[in-house]
Design a protein around this ligand. Structure first.
Ligand SMILES: Nc1ncnc2c1ncn2[C@@H]1O[C@H](COP(=O)(O)OP(=O)(O)OP(=O)(O)O)[C@@H](O)[C@H]1O
Ligand SMILES: [Mg+2]
Length: 277
């Protein structure tokens, strides 16, 4: 857990929740929600009670990708999370179904995030995975300032534009003393289904290189694979059918790598890292 910062109100733990994992990126559309969804199911499959909080309140994609959209029940003040594939879920999409956009500003956004963190009956969880919206804006800051995030996973593609924004996300987490669990390179390469040759659609290796330059861990590569897209669009994420040689296996491996990283970090440990850019 990250310690409190001087001059800031204390970051109170979420009762019962052992680890808060933020999945972010600088850039939109790089696969944060895909990673968050498959990671959460993967952790549950590995035997860990897990929740998934969709903090993308303006563009919540978790309901679609998890294949569930119902209005959650509330007992008194407490909202009951939905449960799908063994993962407890909360998303603004459950409260505002349909295509109507939300037009909220700072204070309301702040209170929704607080409500999702502390007004939901998460119960006892080993991991609460938080799917962040793209960028380094209000939602990220609210979360970081009020919740003791165990660590952040930064998702990027290997393209230079994505890496540039990933560096910004790493800087942001460093600045606010949230440990970085590592960088994930998504859409890393494509295996041609006809000729079996590997195509580096968005270039390759930038995630690992950037992790090295910024002295953070590299958590792995996830190939660009049509099964991943189909799994997301159909509400049956690929990790559900993970097995040797399948697209889902990479996400299970990511879950294992992440758990290893948290163990290595130990409690209360925030790495002090000098950044070379
Ligand atoms: N490894 C992959 N292989 C194939 N398709 C992928 C892969 N990762 C993500 N996608 C697809 O790319 C699209 C964007 O992914 P996703 O919504 O997870 O990105 P995001 O970073 O959460 O976007 P946003 O910034 O809008 O929240 C989705 O259609 C998803 O299914
Ligand atoms: Mg998303």
């Amino acid at each position: 857990m990250s310690p409190n910062q001087p001059g800031q109100p204390p970051k109170l733990p979420i009762p019962g929740v052992k680890n808060l994992i933020a999945v972010g990126s600088g850039k939109g559309g790089v696969g944060k929600t895909t990673v968050a969804v498959n990671l959460a199911i993967g952790l549950a499959k590995l035997g860990h009670p897990t929740g998934l909080m969709d903090a993308d309140v303006y563009g919540p994609n978790v309901p679609l990708m998890m294949g569930i959209n119902r209005t959650p029940m509330a007992y008194g003040e407490r909202i009951q999370p939905l449960d799908q594939y063994g993962v407890k879920l909360m998303s603004m999409g459950f409260l505002n179904p349909g295509d109507k956009p939300l037009v909220w500003r700072g204070p309301m956004l702040h209170s929704v995030i607080q409500q999702f963190l502390r007004g939901v009956d998460w119960g006892d969880l080993d991991y609460l995975v938080i799917d962040l919206p793209p960028g380094t804006g209000d939602v990220q800051l609210t979360l970081i300032q009020t919740a003791p995030i165990t660590g952040a996973i930064v998702v990027t593609t290997p393209s230079d534009v994505s890496l540039e924004d990933a560096r910004k996300a790493v800087h942001m987490f460093h600045q606010v003393k949230v440990p970085i669990l590592g960088i994930v390179e998504n859409m890393s390469y494509l295996i041609c289904p006809q000729c079996n040759e590997r195509i580096d659609v968005f270039s390759h290796g930038g995630g690992r290189r950037t992790a090295g330059e910024m002295k953070v861990h590299f958590l792995g590569e996830l190939p660009l694979n049509p099964d991943v897209r189909v799994g997301g669009d159909s509400g049956k994420p690929v990790v559900l059918t993970a097995g040797p040689g399948t697209a889902g296996e990479g996400f299970l491996e990511l879950a294992r790598n992440m758990m290893r990283r948290i163990e290595e970090m130990g409690p209360q440990q925030v790495p002090s890292i000098e950044i070379t850019d």
